[in-house]
Design a protein around this ligand. Structure first.
Ligand code: FES
Length: 125
């Protein structure tokens, strides 16, 4: 499971490469309804995802500084070393790679301002 803090400049950059993505609007059911938004998260700055490639289940590597070697013009993301799939900082899969779908966003909710509970939806939500 990944929990990654995303700075504002990274959030601002997310829409700029939508045209390179397979499912930029998260139309496929890879996330709970409350994470089907531009950031694929409850709080924009906190990204929660299942760290398994949607191709054959390897664990992609988080490349916070060197993702540009994988995708020109995109500064950070996740690269799967098994067969080369690439995902952006919202876990959205790039076109032309083996992985067919965006990374899975699990059910989760904030118990309080600093604690996230992963694996369940908030009761009554
Ligand atoms: S398992 Fe990730 S690209 Fe094949």
């Amino acid at each position: 499971m990944w929990v990654v803090r995303r700075p504002q400049e990274l959030l601002d950059a997310l829409p700029q490469h939508d045209n390179q993505l397979r499912d930029p609007n998260s139309d496929e059911p890879q996330q709970p309804e409350y994470a089907q938004n531009a950031y694929r998260s409850v709080k924009p700055e906190i990204f929660v995802a299942v760290g398994l490639c949607t191709h054959l289940g390897c664990s992609p590597t988080y490349l916070p500084d060197s993702f540009g070697e994988q995708v020109q013009g995109v500064s950070s993301g996740f690269f799967c070393p098994c067969h080369g799939s690439k995902f952006d900082m919202a876990g959205r899969v790039f076109q032309g790679v083996p992985a067919p779908l965006n990374l899975v966003i699990p059910p989760y909710y904030y118990v309080n301002d600093t604690t996230v509970l992963v694996g369940a939806d908030k009761e009554g939500a």
